[in-house]
Design a binder for this molecule. Structure first.
Ligand SMILES: [Zn+2]
Ligand SMILES: [Zn+2]
Ligand SMILES: [Zn+2]
Length: 112
């Protein structure tokens, strides 16, 4: 799997998010490319992020950098760890869900 952006190790950490639990990369709906985070996408592409729609949540768009398997968006959002290797997802990522995925409670005042 090719991960674009500013990856700093072979488990999918990038220069923005490099804590122990930051091992997930996300495929972006807009370009179909995997990036470790939205900042990497912002700095390395020339277009706006298009969030995944709810009807697309069965698509495999999450890449576990530890066991190198792809998960669907559902499998990622509804679990706290990878179903294959049980690596914990970073719980703080859900603060940014509305950037990547269509949600019911988008918060337009959030400035990250
Ligand atoms: Zn894109
Ligand atoms: Zn990044
Ligand atoms: Zn895994």
């Amino acid at each position: 799997m090719k991960i674009l952006g500013n990856v700093i190790d072979d488990q999918g950490r990038c220069k923005h998010y490099f804590k122990k639990q930051d091992t997930i990369s996300i495929k972006f709906k807009c370009c179909g490319e995997y990036y470790p985070c939205y900042k990497c996408h912002e700095e390395n592409s020339n277009h706006k992020i298009q969030p995944w729609k709810k009807e697309d949540f069965h698509e495999k768009a999450i890449f576990c950098g530890v066991c190198k398997s792809e998960l669907t968006i559902h499998e990622y959002m509804n679990h706290t760890n990878c179903k294959h290797c049980h690596t914990l997802f970073n719980p703080n990522c859900n603060k940014h869900f509305h950037i990547y995925f269509e949600t019911d409670n988008n918060n337009p005042t959030c400035t990250f």
